[in-house]
Design a protein around this ligand. Structure first.
Ligand SMILES: *[C@@H]1O[C@H](CO)[C@@H](O)[C@H](O)[C@H]1NC(C)=O
Length: 261
């Protein structure tokens, strides 16, 4: 028991020092839309140092995970990670289409030699997506929006996490734009929560970027919505969560239920 606790502490320490991830490209029905096209992202052009040195040093200019669920940074990042990459593009996608978000450790895109690309495998947790209807998808303002969840991938019965599947898919996460929602402009908030330090709050690491969508076709259904900040609380069982002990067999993804048509 003591040895286990020590091992858990060491694992948590080793993996907390580094390794971040950025949602940086959108695919529509498998078609790449271009690196950072239609996306709002912080910078990460930092110098990557060998992973064993992460015990002592951090990469320079790395993004910081958001850990405060009451902060406006939980919406579309920003704040501690200023949004330096913006785009005038609004990605057109028909309701009912498959959309994929691609994540990587840095803005260099896929780096097969980097063990922390697309994200350090220790950063287990759920992958989630939300939409919010907006009047203008390039508007800088992201406060006050009404969000609904369209996808979540938490822990399955074999013990694999959404993050494990994202890594297996080389950083890509694929989900469907609901076929019944109203056409118009939307922000897509795509999120990954790393739970390796989540045994107490604040500790869970929230990674997210927002993409700009023009949804065509669709229908007339109006999903129930939540606010960010507001949808998450430090006491949520999916936010204060021990990833190591006892070995989890179930997990409650934070936020509302996934909207279905
Ligand atoms: C949308 O917002 C952008 C950024 O503020 C602005 O440049 C653009 O004119 C707006 N478009 C419309 C149609 O209002």
């Amino acid at each position: 028991m003591k040895t286990q606790a020590l091992a858990v502490t060491l694992v948590a320490f080793a993996s907390s020092a580094c390794a971040h991830t950025i949602f940086q490209q959108v695919y529509v029905n498998g078609k790449a839309q271009g690196q950072l096209v239609g996306l709002r992202a912080p910078d990460y052009d930092g110098v990557r140092i060998p992973s064993f040195l992460h015990w002592f040093f951090s990469d320079s200019n790395v993004i910081q995970p958001v850990t405060d669920v009451t902060s406006n940074d939980i919406i579309c990042n920003g704040g501690v990670n200023p949004i330096t990459h913006t785009s005038n593009t609004i990605i057109s996608v028909a309701a009912g289409s498959q959309i994929s978000g691609e994540w990587h450790h840095t803005l260099a895109g896929a780096v097969p030699s980097d063990p922390a690309d697309p994200v350090d495998p220790s950063h287990k947790g759920p992958v989630i997506a939300y939409l919010a209807k907006v009047t203008n998808a390039t508007q800088p303002t992201v406060t006050g929006l009404k969000w609904f969840k369209i996808f979540q991938d938490g822990l399955d019965s074999s013990g694999k996490w959404g993050v494990d599947r994202m890594i297996a898919n080389k950083g890509k996460v694929t989900f469907t734009i609901p076929s019944c929602i109203a056409p118009g402009q939307y922000l897509l908030r795509h999120e990954l929560i790393a739970l390796h330090g989540a045994a107490s709050y604040p500790g869970a690491q929230f990674y997210m970027e927002c993409a700009q969508l023009q949804i065509t076709g669709g229908g007339t259904k109006t999903p129930a919505t939540v606010s960010f900040p507001g949808a998450y609380h430090g006491t949520d069982p999916g936010i204060t969560f021990n990833l190591y002990y006892p070995v989890p067999t179930s997990y409650t993804v934070p936020g509302p239920a996934v909207f279905t048509c």
